[in-house]
Design a protein around this ligand. Structure first.
Ligand SMILES: [Zn+2]
Length: 145
């Protein structure tokens, strides 16, 4: 992992900018086991750098699922779309929560493609969110993006 070479002060700035939560599924640091990871918006495998502009925060599930992907097909149209960029785009413009709070819904082609690419509604996440909802911790009340 090249992220091991990212200076600590840069990591801290990214964590603050991201609000200590995953930029894709919005899981907050205080509700997940293990540290949220540095996501390379443009994957290092595709020439992305460790510069702050190319970094955001992601949970392990999202980061692993994203891997070196930069685009995915919108399941509604089959059109190849760039993945959601949590640094440049607003989460609530592209996604919303299902009524029961357990599933992420895509509002745009990029949102829908990102849900597929990152498996944002994988079984583990849906089950965990169900418990968060029951505890009153979820979904997040607001997202400024
Ligand atoms: Zn996530």
């Amino acid at each position: 992992m090249t992220s091991g070479q990212i200076p600590i002060d840069r990591r801290d700035r990214v964590r603050q900018a991201a609000g200590q939560r995953c930029g894709y599924c919005l899981s907050p640091q205080h509700l997940v086991l293990g540290q949220l990871e540095m996501d390379h918006l443009q994957p290092t495998a595709c020439g992305g750098t460790d510069e702050e502009e190319n970094l955001w925060l992601a949970c392990r599930l999202c980061n692993n699922a994203k891997a070196a992907q930069t685009e995915c097909r919108d399941p509604n149209t089959g059109q190849l779309m760039p993945l959601f960029n949590p640094r440049r785009q607003s989460w609530s413009d592209h996604f919303s929560w299902s009524d029961d709070g357990t599933r992420i819904l895509g509002k745009t082609p990029t949102g829908r493609a990102t849900i597929v690419a990152l498996q944002l509604n994988n079984l583990i996440s849906v089950v965990v969110r169900r418990h968060w909802v029951a505890a009153g911790w979820h979904p997040p009340s607001a997202n400024s993006g």
